[in-house]
Ligand binder design. Sequence first.
Ligand SMILES: NC(=O)c1ccc[n+]([C@@H]2O[C@H](COP(=O)([O-])OP(=O)(O)OC[C@H]3O[C@@H](n4cnc5c(N)ncnc54)[C@H](O)[C@@H]3O)[C@@H](O)[C@H]2O)c1
Length: 438
Amino acid sequence: MPTNENVRIAPADGKLGVLIPGIGAVSTTFMAGVEAVKRGLGVPVGSLTQLATVRLGKRTEARTPMIKDFVPLAGLDDLVFGGWDIFEDTAYQAATNAKVLEPALLEQVREPLEKIKPMKAVFDHEYVRLIDGPNKKTGSKMDMAHMLMDDIRQFQKSTGVARTIMIWCASTEVFHRPSEVHQTLKNFEAGLMKDDPEIAPSQIYAYAALKTGVPYANGAPNLTTDTPALLDLARENNLPVCGKDFKTGQTFMKTLLAPGFKARMLGMHGWFSTNILGNRDGEVLEDPGSFKSKEETKLSVLDQILQPKLYPQLYGDLYHAVRINYYPPRGDQKEGWDNIDIFGWLGYPMQIKVDFLCRDSILAAPLVLDLVLFMDLAQRAGMRGIQEWLSFYFKAPMHAPGLYPEHDIFIQLMKLKNTLRWMKGEDLITHLGLEYYD
Ligand SMILES: NC(=O)c1ccc[n+]([C@@H]2O[C@H](COP(=O)([O-])OP(=O)(O)OC[C@H]3O[C@@H](n4cnc5c(N)ncnc54)[C@H](O)[C@@H]3O)[C@@H](O)[C@H]2O)c1
């Protein structure tokens, strides 16, 4: 191991367990995709860990290794999947129902997907109101936390994995602000015993993960680990956490475009975003409580990027609205429309229309893969608590109290790659470049 590494990274020996609450469209597209890539049936497009390079040193040095060769990551062959859902469908059946991937492709990965049978879920109808299913645990919240810990240990034992990551790919829960029960771990544990209604199922999964030494990533906008109680637990047990809400379609576009307008000091009167989608995620988001969680993460982005307080003439009167409508005919093939009213020199108005005919789970699957592999890296590197360098993947990146989150995707990418350089003791890249002109 070179001596200039800033952190000691344990090798990625052995199998890596991936435990997923929510065997739905995103998680099955991810798992089926990994199995397809392993068999040479497809390319992991959209994944930095599989396809991206990282530049090292000066531009004249021509050192641009693949990220996966630069830092020790688990290989796709090392991943072992498991998960929970309120429905009993195997991952093969769930992938078939989700209709994201072609039946002919699914047929070729049927065998490994059929082996993934969801464990009984921790579910509370108050948190996800528009769906329900039979595959659920019963008991007090503390009982169910212990059942989840048993599930995790059982999975680890039966598969022989060396390490495990948990990543939430289940439905978006109803919006709740943190309450007293979230302020300390003691309160939280007392709340589990008393079945406190403010403790959401996702928090019970996160608690079980962190108690059993498993890092937790949050793909939905739920509060989950974004509370002092669970962050303390993560730090206490030296575990990384990250979230919230995968940045895939419309918000991805927003964080590409908005930094560009601001970079050129172009003003903005309004940004209206609307979506139609027909998958189960769209169905759950018809409930105003779940939509509120989504709306919060989707709306936060522009304010942080455009900084209206610093630039009142350009962004002081910005009208920003986000709508989502459930429209079954489209299934997972979401359409996101954006109308952007910008203005230029002397206030002359202009409009931009973006119509993104995307595929939600196709965009999300590579993010799940990267997060699993990077969270495992973080854990092996002894990095604990919030992993801000993984903001790149989230609509509402978790951040330290008192800090504003970084939403600009290019800054997020620089932060991610600089973190990898820093881990390995390489020079950070500032793009100053004066040395080339001395
Ligand atoms: N696809 C994207 O681009 C994208 C982007 C950002 C966030 N997300 C979020 O990712 C999550 C998954 O999206 P999806 O399209 O796969 O949805 P989906 O509805 O297809 O799958 C979610 C699954 O979670 C299950 N579930 C609900 N509550 C559960 C619980 N308490 N325990 C275990 N399972 C539970 C549901 O039964 C369902 O099978 C959603 O929260 C969504 O908002 C998706």
